[in-house]
Design a binder for this molecule. Structure first.
Ligand code: ASP
Length: 716
């Protein structure tokens, strides 16, 4: 089947109509797509974008800690990414005395750069199409289970072989829902240090109100550096490490952008679902998104209020709040966009066209006549389980932290119960896990308790029929009383109680852990998910995966005139577009750029989201923009373009027609968050911070000109 698929792939794209839709795999861009890129203004060659033996732009594009993108801009591997991508690192180094979130941070020499244990940065060396090797000898009759086992064994074998052959790491990812497989040879660096970050009043200017919104005035950048050992190879943090010498870094174009300029975004988009059916889209819109929003609204109302009232809580919960509110607001925009642009109708007409065409072709009819119907059935049958799963995610993983904190003690309890485990091993475990100061530094018991109180009602109400909840409380105890008791009695609620419990820990004390109300509740939730919801869900997942694979193949066969770029899956992609504004709603038109004047217009000293630092005001008043001003004399802050991007593209380099850096992608407009499900070129816009604003803040605002001097600036 896959040989037929590859043939279809070339056919399908060769009849592609011109659009900026698509996240393309570098090194595998076909003539028609590259022709479109050229006709939109791209002058740089495909080889300059991606090469294996020579250095190319791909060597400067770095996967930032698995979730964002970053770009190398100097021979000493200065690394630019978004402020929101570096946020949790900046937060981790912040305290009331050294509040880098509030005041910013700038290392004035290599010595002052701050280490970030646990972080990584990955550079892709090569991308190989290994579909043949993965699927070549797979029997057409293989069941889904056999297929999985086959792919697992093949992956392990190919990864091992690649590692031996190249000396680098490797991973394999499925494309087109399992119709194609690519292998990524990569190098993972683990000594990544913070070099600089503006204050949040610049890097997060407009906070939640402006998040996902255009016009935007956020200087969303932070600066890191990759360190390597004496051989320029990845190594864990060591004082001896030196700045990594990259194969390539991007020159920075300070000429700026004009309307209709070509833009290329090179990065690691996380996840899109561009090929799901109408029914699945409907379920997301009507069932899944509303429940997620309800649960997050509950936790955010608690966190936001606590952060407003208390400066310490503001630091402690800054990164957590962003994690919750970012997707929360995105889902609202996504729902609005999908409804407004009648995506259900559009999906429906694609499915109708598909049905009409297969009716006229006996071969297609025999292969595909029940496909959509089967997909719908599976989707609707698994919906209640998907609801359970989403409640679990929202309550257990995104809700009160005490759930996740008690998790690790399950290992201790299991060890204590296991007669083959010695007391020495148990004591060693306790000693190894005795320092919980990192966790409690950012924990506030009443915030956590209030989050549980705010969410538990929804959770219980929806999951009521499930009998494990009967064990939570006696008949007379209300949910609020139950939560009060949980936090009052739990040893996991404070560093002191935990410490005194473990100071003289005896093996038999595991019973007390088991009886702890927070531990007990957390274990029940996790157990219910892993023993009941997940296994049931998995039964459907394997069937729906195989239908999706078929559906992808079928669409490309039957509707070859449509664009088929692979859904995002956290791998390196190129998207192209041009600098352009848009009409967000009837009667309104948005310009393609914003300026520092707009920052000042939004200023509101009474609203912490719109405070402007006095130094920035001074620079604005004196129009002291130096070489970073636009030709009109204004200081440009951000611009929008029509690149098809997603979460994970945060921090991606925005590259001009000649391969130079002109901005850092950091967001999409609210109207365009629908692009994770359907991209609409007239409305979908990605938002980037103008690179000149980044340099201006470093140089003029922060006095860190030495960093700008490390880069290679051009103006043409
Ligand atoms: N700002 C976005 C994010 O946080 C980037 C995007 O989705 O376009 O993931």
């Amino acid at each position: 089947m896959y040989k037929k698929f590859l043939f279809i792939l070339s056919l399908a794209i060769s009849s592609n109509s011109f659009s900026t839709e698509g996240m393309w795999v570098p090194g595998m861009i076909n003539k028609l797509v590259s022709g479109n890129m050229k006709s939109m203004g791209m002058k740089v060659s495909l080889d300059a974008l991606y090469a294996i033996n020579n250095s190319s732009i791909k060597d400067a594009v770095v996967h930032f800690n698995g979730g964002c993108t970053s770009v190398l801009v100097s021979g000493q591997s200065l690394l630019l990414t978004n402020h929101h991508c570096g946020y949790s690192r900046i937060q981790a180094h912040s305290s009331l005395e050294n509040n880098y979130l509030k005041d910013g941070f700038w290392a004035m020499s290599l010595k002052e750069e701050l280490a970030n244990p646990g972080m990584d940065a990955t550079i892709i060396k090569e991308i190989r199409d290994i579909t043949d090797m993965m699927l070549g000898d797979l029997s057409v009759e293989a069941s889904e289970q056999e297929r999985r086992a086959h792919l697992k064994a093949k992956s392990a074998e190919l990864i091992e072989k690649t590692k031996e052959e190249t000396g680098y790491d490797a991973y394999i990812k499925a494309f087109y829902h399992g119709n194609q497989y690519l292998l990524f040879v990569n190098e993972v660096f683990t000594d990544i240090r913070i070099v600089g970050a503006p204050p949040s009043s610049i890097g997060k200017y407009g906070f939640d109100t402006d998040n996902w919104v255009w016009p935007r005035h956020t200087g969303d950048f932070s600066v890191f550096r990759i360190y390597a050992n004496a051989d320029n190879k990845p190594a864990d943090y060591s004082e001896e490490n030196k700045p990594y010498q990259p194969k390539h870094f991007l020159p920075v174009n300070i000429q700026g952008v004009e309307e209709n300029d070509f833009t290329l975004v090179y990065g690691f988009p996380g996840r899109t679902e561009n090929y799901i059916t109408e029914v699945e889209t409907k379920n997301i819109l009507e069932t899944v998104n509303p429940l997620r929003l309800k649960m997050r609204e509950a936790s955010l109302s608690v966190i936001d209020e606590a952060m407003r009232k208390d400066e310490l809580i503001k630091i402690q919960y800054a990164a957590k709040q962003s994690r919750i509110s970012n997707a929360y607001k995105k889902w609202i925009g996504q729902t609005k966009g999908l409804v407004r642009h009648r995506v259900l109708d559009k999906k429906d007409s694609v499915e109708n066209l598909f049905a009409t065409r297969i009716n006229d072709n006996p071969n297609w009819k025999s292969s595909y006549s029940t496909l959509i119907e089967e997909m719908e059935e599976i989707e609707n049958a698994q919906l209640p389980l998907s609801v359970n799963r989403n409640y679990f995610i929202e309550f257990y993983y995104m809700g009160p932290e005490i759930f996740r904190f008690t998790e690790k003690y399950r290992e201790l309890v299991a060890m204590c119960k296991d007669e083959t485990v010695t007391d020495v091993a148990i004591n060693a475990w306790v000693a190894e896990h005795s320092d919980n100061s990192g966790y409690f530094k950012n924990y506030n018991t009443s915030v956590d308790e209030d989050i549980m109180k705010a969410q538990i009602g929804y959770f219980v109400e929806d999951q009521k029929p499930i009998d494990f909840l009967n064990n939570l409380k006696s008949d007379k105890e209300s949910l609020t009383e139950f939560v009060d008791r949980l936090y009052d009695e739990s040893i996991f609620n404070s560093e002191e109680s935990l410490k005194s419990f473990f100071d003289n820990f005896k093996r038999k004390n595991y019973k007390k852990i088991e009886a702890d109300p927070a531990y007990d509740f957390s274990s029940r939730l996790a157990k219910f998910y892993s023993d009941v919801t997940r296994p049931e869900l998995l039964k459907y997942v394997s069937k729906s995966d195989s239908l999706m694979r078929e559906w992808m193949d079928a669409q490309m066969t039957v509707l070859p005139e449509r664009t088929y770029s692979p859904d995002a899956n956290g791998t390196l992609r190129i998207t192209f577009g041009k600098v352009e504004g848009y009409e967000p709603f009837d009667g309104a038109e948005y310009a393609y750029y914003t300026t520092l004047d707009g920052v000042m217009e939004k200023e509101d000293p009474t609203n912490p989201e719109y405070n402007v630092p006095s130094r920035l005001k001074e620079l604005y008043q004196n129009k002291d923009y130096g070489r970073y001003a636009h030709s009109t004399g204004e200081m440009r802050v951000a611009f929008v373009a029509s690149n098809h991007t997603s979460g994970g593209n945060s921090g991606s380099p925005v590259i001009d027609t000649n391969g130079n850096l002109i901005g850092l992608n950091f967001d999409r407009t609210w109207e365009s968050t629908m692009s994770d499900i359907m991209f609409n070129p007239t409305i979908c816009r990605n938002i980037s911070v103008d690179i000149r604003y980044v340099l201006f803040i470093m140089d003029k605002y922060a006095g860190a000109k030495h960093l700008v001097d490390e880069m290679s600036l051009i103006s043409k």
